[in-house]
Design a protein around this ligand. Structure first.
Ligand code: DX5
Ligand code: ZN
Length: 233
């Protein structure tokens, strides 16, 4: 049964890869940070109702960022509730200590931060050895240029458009330029990473991040409040 579920997720991954790269259709990644914590099952069902969606899971450690949120046991408990891709965003120090346990819990993408790590190339290899997709994230004060040597190896670049740690913050417009730079670099150098944007996406900023070139749109407060209008067809 586990193997069947794994193959379904692999198939889903390839379909979504095609949707992003061939059809040019962005994926919505609702962030569970703004879900109803008393009823995560219903929150997952809201995501299940979106055609092209990832489940964005913000893991915070109270050290790299102020709050503490989800751990591996929560990810594992949610895994049977959906076939959607689990997009795990690690806002934690020493993330490499936890790659294997999040992979076993059911993560599909494992994204760590540039700012609190050194051996990013090795870490990406570690995630790939676990059979998972590797993402790297940058906070608003980090320029895209620092990623130059790592871009050939990553599957996702997650551009934080707010300072990490909390939902419901205001979008930082300078992030748009970063998305476009990543899009142009991908095209010029023939890379395959997907570009995700995380923080402050609402009905006003959504068209701007799509126009800038984001492939994956993370949305917490506006998705779970029901205000986000995701009608891209
Ligand atoms: C912030 C998180 C985001 C956040 C986005 O540290 O990484 O995923 O939940 O929330 P909104 O969409 O409310 O800005
Ligand atoms: Zn996030």
């Amino acid at each position: 049964m586990y193997l069947v579920k794994m193959s379904i997720r692999r198939f889903t991954y390839f379909m979504q890869f095609a949707i992003i790269h061939i059809m040019n259709n962005p994926i919505l990644a609702p962030s569970l940070l703004s879900a109803d914590f008393t009823d995560l099952k219903s929150s997952i069902n809201k995501i299940n109702a979106v055609d092209n969606a990832f489940v964005h899971i913000d893991v915070m450690d109270g050290s790299f960022v102020p709050q503490i949120t989800f751990g591996q046991l929560i990810v594992q408990s949610l895994r049977p509730l959906t076939g959607k891709i689990f997009d795990v965003h690690l806002m934690i120090n020493n993330p490499e200590l936890h790659f294997e346990s999040f992979a076993k819990a059911g993560a599909d993408y494992i994204t760590f931060h540039y700012e609190n790590t050194v051996h990013q190339h090795r870490m990406i290899q570690q995630i790939h050895c676990l059979g998972k997709k590797a993402g790297i994230s940058i906070v608003p004060s980090t320029p895209v240029s620092v990623l130059e040597e790592i871009l050939p190896f990553v599957d996702m670049v997650l551009v934080m458009s707010v300072n990490p740690g909390f939902g419901g913050q205001t979008f930082i417009p300078e992030s748009l330029n970063k998305i476009t730079k990543l899009k142009n670099t991908r095209q010029e150098r023939g890379f395959r990473y997907i570009i995700s944007v995380d923080g402050g996406v609402n009905n006003e900023t959504l068209p701007r991040v799509i126009e800038a070139g984001a492939d994956v749109i993370v949305s917490g407060s506006s998705f779970f409040s029901g205000s986000l209008q995701w009608n891209l067809k």
